[in-house]
Design a protein around this ligand. Structure first.
Ligand code: C5P
Length: 402
């Protein structure tokens, strides 16, 4: 569920700063992008070079860095992230946060942000128990700041007790919990994804070129906004979205059954490239070549239209039913007609002619067609399409709830 998420990591000045190198690595392994900010004291414990090398990008250190101000600016830096994580959060940094001081890049970002903030305190046991620190923790909690740790244990200073920074794995769990409390919390979303395989005999099947990338990216974007996702996928090589209820199917009929079995949902998204036809009488043993030039014959029958069956439900119809239209000609015209024919609310239409490289590629260029008209999105990565769609879903459900 961290795939595609942007995490602004503020590394404070404590001995536990070294654990942030491991934390960054693990976050990236899970698909997150880490934008590092190193405080002046933090740079006494880990070098800017090791931080930027591991993050794979510039480490931000100065409030008055004119380059950064013209490129991005500290306000934007604080808003572009999905979450700000402060680790280690020192007694000094927490005191600044609790009292609204903004005299360096880290403290200014933390005041300017409109995103959730998670702190991982780390300090000597006496400093942790000091009434000033405890007052600051209480203030920060009542300001809506999330905390993880500190843990109990032996410390670098030789003392024992509460004050060790939480372990990277626990910080990652806490990040997921915070992100999960997103705007789609409590919403169930069913997604179909990938191709279907329709057997001819036990070794051959009819398939298509769908990679399942767009469906998986949509699942991740919705999970990251707190939705409970049922992800029903045909056979793909795409990693399965972490945190979704996964149902792996092969055929269109199995996909239909899985959609029915997933139960009522708030939103249903049909990103799968379902085979239109299946072989009427697939056989149980391999069809043999006779060597005499006679060819096997088989009849095709139409598969059920899963999207249509859900969009036209008379009971338990989802509030929002979203389909895809992969077209090679007259994209807008065909997709507009398809939306009406199937009865779905939105259609994301794209041109899958081979020269676009969309089928199986990393980029997508879609038209969002709804009853209010057509919105042409510029070409962007499939994960950006997913994020944009997820934001539109948040907006749409917000409207329907108000
Ligand atoms: O009719 P067409 O295949 O172009 O429609 C595409 C949309 O309908 C996609 O959202 C796809 O997931 C869905 N679909 C379906 N069941 C089918 C065929 C298409 O759910 N049998």
């Amino acid at each position: 569920m961290l795939k595609g998420r942007k995490i602004l990591l503020v590394i404070g000045g404590g001995i536990a700063a070294y654990k942030c190198l491991d934390l960054m690595r693990r976050l990236q392994d899970q698909g997150a992008q880490v934008v590092p900010v190193l405080t002046r004291a933090g740079a006494e414990f880990v070098t800017p070079l090791s931080v930027s090398a591991l993050a794979g990008q510039k480490v931000h250190q100065d409030l008055f860095d004119l380059d950064a101000e013209s490129e991005i600016g500290h306000i934007q830096l604080s808003r572009a992230a999905d979450i700000i994580v402060v680790a280690p959060a020192t007694a000094d940094l927490m005191a600044k946060m609790a009292n609204g001081l903004a005299n360096d890049l880290a403290s200014t970002l933390l005041m300017a942000t409109d995103k959730p903030v998670l702190i991982a305190p780390s300090m000597n046991v006496r400093m942790w128990h000091h009434p000033a620190t405890q007052r600051n923790v209480a203030t920060l909690k009542s300001d809506g700041i999330h905390t993880v740790g500190p843990d109990e244990g032996s410390m670098a200073c030789g003392e024992f007790g509460l004050g060790r920074m939480a372990e990277p794995a626990d910080i990652i769990d806490a990040i997921k919990t915070v992100l999960n409390n997103g705007p789609l919390k409590g919403k169930h979303i069913v997604i179909t994804s990938g191709p279907t395989h329709e057997p001819i005999d036990p070794v051959r099947y009819i398939a298509n070129r769908s990679s399942g990338k767009q469906g998986a990216a949509i699942a991740s974007a919705l999970l990251a906004r707190g939705a409970a996702v049922t992800f029903i996928t045909g056979p793909t090589h795409e990693p399965l979205p972490d945190g979704a209820a996964i149902v792996q199917v092969e055929t269109a009929l199995e996909m239909l059954n899985a959609v029915e079995a997933a139960g009522p949902c708030n939103v249903a998204i049909f990103a799968a490239a379902v085979a239109d036809w299946r072989v009427k009488d697939a056989v149980d043993s391999k069809i043999k070549k006779t060597g005499k030039g006679d060819l096997p014959e088989f009849d095709l029958v139409e598969n059920p239209d899963i999207l249509k069956s859900v969009a036209q439900r008379t009971e338990n119809r989802p509030e929002l039913v979203i389909g895809f239209a992969a077209e090679t000609d007259n994209v807008l015209e065909n997709a507009t007609a398809k939306r009406l024919r199937k009865g779905c609310d939105w259609i994301l239409a794209n041109d899958v002619s081979p020269e676009t490289g969309i089928m199986g590629g990393d980029k997508n260029k879609v038209l969002l067609i709804s009853d209010t008209g057509v919105d042409a999105w510029p070409e962007m990565s499939k994960s950006e399409v997913a994020n944009r769609l997820a934001n539109k879903i948040v907006e749409a459900l917000g409207d329907s709830n108000s």
